[in-house]
Design a protein around this ligand. Structure first.
Ligand SMILES: [Zn+2]
Ligand SMILES: [Zn+2]
Length: 230
C-alpha cells in the first residue's frame, strides 16, 4: 500500500503510536497494525476499561463502568453518580391449578403488568383463570446497544472523546480506543488478526473514516482529542 506516504506518516507519528511489527526491519518504513476483535472497543468497554463520558451536570469528564448487574457513572469533576440496573429479568406466574391440579408457569410479557405481585392468569392446560404470585428471576445482563450518535448506551451520555468531521461524529470510547484509532488509521498496512472471526474492530469504522482522502485529517482530529482532553 501507498509507499509514497511513508516518510510523511513516519514523521507525523509518535513512536508509541506504531505497533512494532516482528518483521519491521524488512518492511522498512511501512507501519503495520493488526486489527483487534470486533468488540474490543464498543459498548462492552464499560465492562473492562470503562467508557469516558461527559457529565450531564457539570459537563466534566466521567466514566461509565459496568459489572454483571449494573452500569455506573461517576464524574471526576463534581462527583455526580448514577447507577442503572442492567439485569434482564423474566417474570412468571408460578402456580398449581385449582381446577386440574397441574403445575404451570406463565411468562408475563407486558411491562405494565410486571409491577404487580399477584396476577390473574389462565391455566395453560384447562384455561381456568386464577390469581398467582409473580416471580422475578434474573436472566442475565443486558449488553446494551451500540454507541449511537456519539452517546454511550447506558445513560445516554455524550462521549468524552467526540468530534465532528463534515457533520459526522468521530469518537472513541476511551483513551485506549483513541490510541487504537490513531494507530489504525495511520498505518500503511492493516491486517486482520489471524484465526479470528471475520468481523474485526475496524468494521465499526464508518467508510468516511477509512477513506484514503480523509484519513490524514481524521487522524489530526483524533490527535487533537488525545492532546486536549482529560
Ligand atoms: Zn460532573
Ligand atoms: Zn388447569
Amino acid at each position: 500500500m501507498a509507499l509514497a506516504e511513508c516518510p510523511e506518516l513516519a514523521m507525523g507519528l509518535q513512536k508509541s503510536a506504531v505497533r512494532p511489527a516482528a518483521d519491521e526491519k524488512e518492511s522498512g518504513c511501512m507501519s503495520r497494525i493488526i486489527d483487534k476483535p470486533y468488540f474490543t472497543y464498543s459498548a462492552y468497554s464499560a465492562l473492562t476499561l470503562g467508557i469516558q463520558a461527559k457529565c450531564s451536570k457539570c459537563q466534566g469528564a466521567g466514566v461509565v463502568t459496568a459489572d454483571r448487574d449494573n452500569a455506573f457513572f461517576r464524574c471526576h469533576g463534581c462527583g455526580h453518580q448514577m447507577t442503572r440496573d442492567c439485569t434482564v429479568y423474566r417474570y412468571d406466574v408460578h402456580n398449581q391449578c385449582r381446577n386440574c391440579g397441574r403445575y404451570y408457569r406463565v411468562e408475563i410479557q407486558d411491562e405494565a403488568k410486571r409491577r404487580f405481585p399477584v396476577l390473574h392468569v389462565a391455566c395453560p392446560y384447562c384455561k381456568t383463570r386464577m390469581p398467582g404470585e409473580v416471580l422475578r428471576t434474573a436472566q442475565g445482563f443486558s449488553y446494551a446497544d451500540e454507541i449511537r450518535e456519539g452517546k454511550e448506551p447506558y445513560f445516554g451520555l455524550e462521549l468524552w472523546f467526540l468530534a465532528y468531521f463534515q457533520g459526522k461524529p468521530v469518537w472513541a470510547v476511551n483513551r485506549e480506543h483513541l490510541a487504537y484509532l490513531i494507530d489504525y488509521l495511520s498505518a500503511d498496512l492493516r491486517e486482520k488478526p489471524f484465526g479470528l472471526p471475520k468481523r474485526t474492530q475496524a468494521d465499526h469504522l464508518p467508510t468516511f473514516m477509512k477513506t484514503a482522502k480523509n484519513r490524514e485529517r481524521i487522524v489530526k482530529l483524533l490527535k487533537k482529542m488525545q492532546g486536549g482532553a482529560d
